[in-house]
Ligand binder design. Structure first.
Ligand code: NAP
Length: 231
């Protein structure tokens, strides 16, 4: 049985990913910054629970200590927690708008990953899935024929571009760990006021696919619902 941790899995894509990994027989740690919301989700799914706020060092290291003590290590880390930060137009964008999004989507993701790399190092097939977005893809954002081209999401896009760059750099530093980025696609969740045109079942598919890769699976790729995406 493999052991998986999913950040921000009290709802949305993270919760659906937890449901699917449990159905595949994995021991899953649901995590949430809000303990009540996280416990409710983990009880519903039959998961374990750890409190984990990606912006809080003490919370992240306490979660790593708990999983080390209870499970002895980790096989799959899904860095899913994220915020949109709202879409502030370029004319009124200020540093603090960007800072808030980066603190969660980038600094938080790096904080969690660095804290859990020692636990992943004891796994026979360590896997990290970084939930990025097509809105962070230079390939899609610069293509006038692609719907992402006209989406004015500056803070969010630059945070997700940083997530994919971290994915690339980390995969070079840790060749024994399979590290991939994923775009779930536009999915109806709290993040977008449930305006997304996909269900969470559809959006979680590439996350689950990359969480379940075996020893012969890819590393340093960016995957979407229909296959590989441009960085
Ligand atoms: P969601 O339903 O709003 O879920 C986001 C999750 O992240 C929630 O559990 C939220 O917890 C958690 N979170 C936020 N800040 C956190 C923090 N500081 N510490 C720990 N957890 C925190 O949205 P979602 O659509 O499922 O988003 C999941 C991931 O998919 C995000 O990284 C998002 O950027 C990415 N994504 C989504 C879409 C889409 O169309 N939905 C498309 C591309 C990528 P709370 O309940 O406490 O807020």
């Amino acid at each position: 049985m493999t052991i998986a941790l999913i950040t921000g899995s009290n709802k949305g894509l993270g919760k659906e990913t937890a449901r699917r990994l449990i159905a595949e027989g994995h021991l899953v740690y649901v995590s949430a910054r809000d303990a009540d919301a996280g416990r409710a989700a983990s009880d519903e799914l039959g998961a374990r629970f750890v409190q984990l706020d990606v912006t809080d060092d003490a919370s992240v290291s306490a979660a790593a200590d708990t999983i080390r003590r209870e499970a002895g290590g980790l096989d799959v880390l899904v860095n899913n927690a994220g915020i949109s930060g709202g879409f502030v137009p370029a004319e009124s964008l200020r540093g603090e708008h960007v800072d808030r999004v980066l603190q969660t989507n980038v600094v938080g993701l790096v904080r969690v990953t660095q804290a859990f790399l020692p636990l992943l190092s004891v796994s026979e097939n360590p896997v990290i899935v970084n939930v990025a977005s097509g809105l962070g893809s230079f390939g899609l954002i610069t293509d006038p024929d692609n719907p992402h081209y006209s989406y004015p999401s500056i803070s969010y896009s630059l945070s997700k571009a940083a997530v994919t760059m971290y994915t690339v750099q980390l995969s070079k530093a840790f060749p024994n760990v399979k590290i991939n980025a994923v775009d779930p696609g536009y999915t109806a969740t709290d993040l977008n006021g449930f305006r997304g045109d996909q269900t969470v079942e559809q959006g979680a598919e590439p996350i689950v696919r990359m969480a379940l890769i075996g020893a012969d699976g890819p590393t340093r790729t960016f995957q979407g619902t229909a296959g590989e995406l441009p960085w």
